[in-house]
Ligand binder design. Structure first.
Ligand code: HEC
Length: 497
């Protein structure tokens, strides 16, 4: 009796299921019910597979968890796809609509594409007629690199084991760069990262191109290069993420590949970088809207190439605004909902021309309240620091100019009079009390410690660092006007001759 009921049920189920399947295969004629082969696969090819395929690109420093190439791979994700495209989480793109159409790596769907994916999921993810399917898309990186055959591949020194119990882990790794590997400065044409495992959630290598910590393969346009300095080690900030559990531990060793220009003669522009970093702030416990700002004024007529706003887990929003010498202003990039997971570089389709004297103002906002789901601890005061549980504020901006004049990607500015003492305090404050102690001060700065520590509490805090910056500025201005009047005297002297 029981068995019979089961059989009847099974028959009923198959009766219900069968017409549904039959209807599905006919759906290619029904415009209301898009099919995988006809409509959906084309959207996936155009907008998703660059990341969602085996060995997919590490764009924005993140590796997509599944392939969306074949029907069998895509089918189980149909509802999740509908949710993610409706919410705007996929494809990932965080610039405001005001800037749409300006950046060549923009990833967005139009309303019709969203409706198609949602209708497909609602209809039960029909497969459709294979005859409707587009040619499978081929990717230049299949089995290779998106940038083509690399001239140099640098690998993290040691394989790293991500333990079974790890869910989220942030670690720093290193690549030792010997003189054998990079015997002389090299002109870089392209850079591409390759994570060593799918548990690599993102990679940041500070200094690599400035615009490019762990992002799209960077392929500079012809004539544009950054310089890879001979014998300079790479530091990797790794974020691993996986389901914890027995047997889930994996070894991982990530890589970065370079292509170089054959000759310096092929290089017209050096990629220059302004970091628009600020260090002089703190986030009180629970504060939900703290702003930091920094600016860069262009010395020469320049072309802006790209932006990369960078904060950590408490990052909330970021904005770049240009103030032009004629008094007008313009929002260059607005990221109203910053997401630390996506280290997206916003690269112009057509480089943005700015006249000499243009001031770019960068603002970033943090949310240190319990309302921020990424906040690791809303009860603490947060200051500048390298771990993602501390904060940073950088508005990286790369640009070029005819003079090739400005800070270079792989070099420190090198000009000691350019030094920002608030940055020194932030970088050296190992004890994390908001002050630089004498034993934390770098060598040449120890001599000035007494002078900077005006309240004599044994530490240089941000207020004192700011005051010292002002003093440095005045000293520089005095020096400049002294040498200018020296110059005038000389010229007056020659006139008199
Ligand atoms: C720039 C690379 C990239 C593009 C383009 C992209 N994705 Fe994703 N996608 C990812 C990454 C990375 C994740 C994992 C997100 C995370 O770990 O938080 C993801 C996650 C997802 C998820 C959730 C998976 C889960 O585990 O729940 C869905 C669904 C999804 N993507 C669908 C799409 C669709 C549909 C498109 C195209 C319209 C698309 N994605 C385009 C990189 C991308």
């Amino acid at each position: 009796m029981k068995l019979e009921r089961v059989l009847i049920l099974a028959a009923l189920v198959s009766l219900i299921a069968l017409p549904a399947i039959a209807a599905n295969t006919n759906n290619s004629v029904d415009a209301e019910k898009p099919t995988f082969h006809k409509e959906v696969s084309r959207i996936l090819q155009a907008e998703c597979q660059v990341c969602h395929r085996p060995g997919g690109a590490n764009l924005g420093g993140m590796v997509a968890p599944m392939s969306l190439v074949s029907y069998d791979e895509t089918r189980p994700w149909a509802r999740s796809i509908a949710r993610k495209v409706m919410s705007g989480e996929m494809p990932p793109w965080h610039a405001s609509a005001e800037q749409s159409g300006q950046f060549h790596n923009e990833r967005t769907l139009d309303q019709k594409e969203i409706d198609t994916l949602v209708a497909w999921a609602k209809a039960g993810a029909p497969v459709g007629d294979p005859a409707d399917a587009p040619e499978p898309k081929s990717w230049s990186s299949d089995g290779g690199w998106l940038i083509g055959e690399p001239d140099l591949i640098l690998t993290v020194d040691e394989p790293f084991f991500v333990e079974d119990d790890v869910e989220d882990l942030y670690v720093y790794l290193k690549t030792t760069v010997t003189e054998d590997m990079v015997p002389e400065d090299k002109f870089v044409k392209a850079i591409e990262f390759r994570p060593g495992s799918s548990v690599v959630h993102h990679i940041i290598v500070p200094g690599l191109g400035g615009i490019a910590p762990g992002n799209d393969p960077t392929i500079y346009r012809d004539g544009v290069a950054s310089v890879l300095k001979a014998g300079k080690d790479l530091q990797w900030q790794m974020h691993y993420h996986k389901e914890p559990g027995e047997g889930t531990g994996v070894w991982e060793q990530s890589q970065v590949a370079f292509k170089f220009y054959d000759s310096e003669d092929d290089v017209k522009y050096r990629m220059l970088n302004a970091d628009l970093g600020s260090f002089d702030w703190e986030l009180p416990p629970g504060a939900d809207n703290v702003m930091a700002e920094a600016e860069h004024t262009f010395k020469h007529d320049s072309k802006i190439v790209a932006y990369l706003p960078h904060m950590h887990l408490r990052g909330k929003a970021a904005k770049y605004t240009a103030y032009y010498p004629d008094g007008t202003s313009e929002v260059l990039l607005d990221v109203p909902k910053y997401d630390f997971n996506w280290q997206t570089a916003y690269e112009y389709e057509e480089f943005k021309k700015v006249p000499a004297g243009t001031r770019v103002h960068f603002q970033s906002w943090w949310d240190n309240s319990a309302e921020n789901p990424h906040n690791p601890d809303p009860t603490v005061t947060v200051r500048w620091g390298e771990p993602t549980t501390d904060e940073m504020s950088f508005g990286f901006m790369s640009f070029i100019n005819e003079e090739n004049d400005g800070p270079s990607a792989f070099e420190d500015s090198g000009d000691p009079s350019d030094i920002d003492l608030t940055a020194v305090v932030a970088f050296t404050d190992k004890s994390r009390d908001g002050k630089m102690q004498l034993d934390e001060a770098p060598g040449q700065m120890k001599a000035y410690f007494e002078m900077m520590d005006t309240n004599k509490d044994g530490g240089v805090d941000m207020n004192e660092a700011r005051a010292a910056n002002e003093m440095l500025k005045k000293m520089r201005a005095a020096q400049q006007s002294a040498s200018a009047s020296e110059q005038e005297k000389k010229e007056a002297g020659t006139d008199a001759d």
